[in-house]
Design a protein around this ligand. Structure first.
Ligand SMILES: [Fe+2]
Ligand SMILES: [Fe+2]
Length: 172
């Protein structure tokens, strides 16, 4: 009986801390992402005015197109986390199994990782001609900061989901 009480107390601790982590993830990180993505897109569009070769221009167009897709997918992903995943998990998995939630979130995170690999490959081509351009350098710094913050954000979300998997009592 004592062991059972201890388990419940530990699980309660995880859920109490989880609420604070979820607030940080959804309020601080998501606010930052929502502000930063349109700013980076505006910088990309400004760089279009620079003189460059056809190859660099086509990489720039592709970068804008892919970043638009990323922005759209990230916004959908954040809405899902805010409306369905995290509140649902903390309230007792309403309407979604934990396994489904972990799978959906994990797959979307992985896709973002692949997109960033493509962004950096494109930036390398663009940088060969536009390293002197201040707007380009601001874009590169902004994209690097966003990638780092997103990486930490994803790590924290996945750690939280893993902890919830361990401590969520099996359905009766
Ligand atoms: Fe998130
Ligand atoms: Fe996420």
């Amino acid at each position: 009986m004592a062991a059972e009480q201890a388990t419940i107390a530990t699980a309660q601790g995880v859920f109490d801390r989880s609420e604070q982590i979820v607030s940080y993830l959804l309020e601080e990180d998501h606010t930052y992402l929502r502000r930063e993505m349109p700013r980076l897109l505006r910088l990309m569009q400004r760089i279009r005015r620079e003189e460059c070769s056809l190859e660099v221009r086509s990489q720039l167009e592709e970068l804008i197109e892919l970043f638009n897709v990323f922005q759209h997918n990230e916004q959908t992903h954040m809405k899902r986390e805010e409306r369905e995943i995290f509140p649902g998990l903390l309230d007792g998995l309403a309407g979604l199994s934990l396994e489904q939630a972990v799978q959906i979130i994990g797959q979307e995170h992985q896709t973002f990782g692949f997109m960033f690999e493509r962004f950096y490959a494109m930036l390398n081509v663009i940088e060969a001609e536009l390293a002197h351009c201040a707007t380009y350098r601001t874009l590169r710094d902004g994209l690097t900061s966003l990638a780092q913050r997103l990486k930490e954000h994803i790590w924290l979300e996945e750690q939280l989901l893993a902890a919830l998997v361990i401590f969520t009592p099996a359905a009766v």
